[in-house]
Design a protein around this ligand. Sequence first.
Ligand SMILES: Nc1nc2c(c(=O)[nH]1)N[C@H]1C(S)=C(S)[C@@H](COP(=O)(O)O)O[C@H]1N2
Ligand SMILES: [Mo]
Length: 435
Amino acid sequence: MREADKPVDSGGPTAGPGPGGDRPPPGPARPEFWRSPLRGPWLTAVLGLVLLGGVVVMFVTGLLSYAAYDPDLARLNDQTPDKGLLGFYLFDWPTSPYWLYRLTQGVHVTLGIVLVPVLLAKLWSVIPKLFAWPPVRSAGQALERVSLLLLVGGVIFEFVTGILNIQLYYVFPGSFYTLHFYGAWVFAGAFVVHVAFRLGRALRAVRAGPAGEYAASDDSGLVTPAPAPPTVSRRGALGMVGAGSAALLVVTVGQSVGGPLRTTALLAPHGQDPGPGENGFQINKTAAAVGIRDADIGPHWRLTVRGGGRQAVLTYDELLALPRHRAALPIACVEGWSTDDQLWSGVRLTDLAGLVGLRERTPHVLVESVQRGGPFSSVVLAAAQARDDRSLLAVRVNGGVLSRDHGYPARIIVPGAPGVHNTKWVTRLSFGEPA
Ligand SMILES: Nc1nc2c(c(=O)[nH]1)N[C@H]1C(S)=C(S)[C@@H](COP(=O)(O)O)O[C@H]1N2
Ligand SMILES: [Mo]
C-alpha cells in the first residue's frame, strides 16, 4: 500500500478531510481499487505512440479537408467566419490529382474509425489517474490536470462528433463543421503540451518492454499495488486492440476504396451497393430529402448564366445543344465515402462562361441550385476549378441521363473537390460573383 506506507506531500488546504488526512476516501481514488495487472507505463506508452502517429495524420488531413472547402473564397463556403488566425495555412485547393480529396478524406475518416479501439484502450489504461488523490496537489499539477481535461475532453469530443456525422446523426447544436473545426484546435493545443511532457517517458517505457524494470520503482501511478491474477498478457491485450482495429478497418474501408470492397463496408451508411444502372452509385441527399419538387426541374426549369454584366438563359434542350465533353471523376464526400470514377458528360464551365464573354480568364463562379436553403444548395468554385477542362455542368453519367437523385437536369462535377462542391439541380451560374 504505497499511499499508506509513505507520507505523501501534505496537500495543504485541499487535502482530503477525515482520519489520515491525505489517505484517499474508499473507492477509485485508492490505488488498490484498480486491480488489472495490465496497466503500466509500457501499455500506456505503446498505445500513446500509436495514437501520436494517428492523431497527427488525422489533424493534417482534417486541416486539408477544411482547405478543400475553399473557405476564404466566399462567406458561402465557410461555416467558421470567425476563425481568424486558424486559417493561416489555407491555400487554393488544386484540381489535380483528381482523386485528391477522395484520398485525404478517406484516410481521415477511415483512420478515425480504426483508432477507436486504440483510443478506448489508452483511456482505460490511464483511468486511475482521473481519480488521483488529492485532486489538486500544487498549482503546476493543477495546470497539468486542466490540460489533460482539454486533451481527453477534446479527443472524445472530436471522435464523437466525427462518428455521429459520418453515421448521419445530425444531432449537433449548430453546425458539425464548426464544432469539429474549433474542437480540433483546442485538442491540438492540449495534445502538443501533452506530447512535449510525455514523449521522453513514453519512449523509455517502450524500450523497457512489457515486463520492464519499472514495476518496483514505478512513479507513473499506473501500476496497481494489488494486482489481480492476469488473464491475458500485456502483449495479448495489445493484440486484441489491434484485432479490433483491423476488424473495423475491414468493415469500413470499402466505402472509400470502392470496387469489390464496397460490399464489405458494413459500417458505412453510404458504403454499400446502391443498385444497378448508369446511376447506380452512392447518393448523398435524395431529391425528396431536400424538398426538390417536380416543377423545379420540369419543363419550366431554366439555366441562367450571368457574368461580366451579361446574362444568358437556356432551356434544357438549349443546354443539351452545347458542345459536350466527358470526364471520369469520383464523388468524394466529407463523410469519407466516395464513389469509383463515374463517366460524366456535360458542358465545360469555361464554355458556359463563354456564353457571357468570359471564356478566357474564366473567374470564380457562384453555383446555385433550385433547392431552397440548406447548407449545400449553393457554393462558390474557385477560378482554377472553373477553368479546368474536366469541370463540367454534367447532364449525363455513365451513358444515361442523370437521375433525379444525382441532380437532374444538371449538376456540377469538379476534379479533386469535396462532394459538397458538386452541386446538384443547378439553375444558376454567376461568374465573378460574389465580387
Ligand atoms: N443541391 C445540392 N447539391 C448537393 C448536395 C445537396 O445537399 N444539395 N449534397 C452535396 C454533397 S455533400 C455530396 S457528397 C454530393 C453527393 O452527390 P451524389 O448524391 O450524386 O452522390 O452532392 C453534393 N451536391
Ligand atoms: Mo458530402
